[in-house]
Design a protein around this ligand. Structure first.
Ligand SMILES: [Fe+2]
Ligand SMILES: [Fe+2]
Length: 160
């Protein structure tokens, strides 16, 4: 693990924990046996790797904060509940509403959160940072779903 990325991601997490409900993400499972908290951390970490290895100029703070909040929907989407139907389509907006209640969110960070499910949600991202998080999310989700850590490490290897 690249120490620099890990330190940046961890200090952003500490900042988020101070104000909002960020620790609640540890209560919910996202994919396989991975919590939403760990998933968001994975996505933030991989987003840094992708940006650097592809030499994409990004606002690193926004990239990490948006990635950490992209699934800030704060419920267990596996629970059968009428509010949770079509989770895939609606959770980005839910995450953004929650994030705006708890934190100052820039336009770029909002775009990262709202557009991360593209192409399922048909409007594409309109910032480089949002494209990167959208890509990192799919890679992490695939790896986590199949509990195939090797898949993520292989991707890391490709970029290293
Ligand atoms: Fe999501
Ligand atoms: Fe996600």
């Amino acid at each position: 693990m690249n120490r620099e990325y890990a330190d940046e991601v961890n200090s952003a997490i500490e900042e988020l924990k101070r104000d909002g409900r960020y620790s609640n993400l540890k209560k919910y499972i996202q994919h396989g046996n991975v919590t939403v908290f760990k998933h968001c951390r994975n996505v933030a970490y991989l987003s840094c790797i992708i940006a650097d290895k592809l030499h994409v100029r990004v606002n690193r703070k926004a990239l990490i904060k948006g990635a950490l909040l992209h699934d800030y929907f704060l419920y267990d989407w596996h629970e059968k509940n009428s509010n949770h139907t079509l989770h895939g389509f609606y959770h980005p907006r839910r995450a953004l509403i929650n994030a705006m209640q708890d934190y100052d969110i820039s336009d770029k960070e909002a775009n990262i959160i709202l557009r991360h499910m593209f192409p399922l949600t048909i409007v594409p991202p309109n910032h480089r940072e949002a494209w990167i998080v959208c890509m990192a999310d799919k890679i992490c989700a695939t790896g986590e779903t199949f509990e195939n850590i090797k898949l993520i490490s292989r991707v890391k290897f490709l970029f290293s």
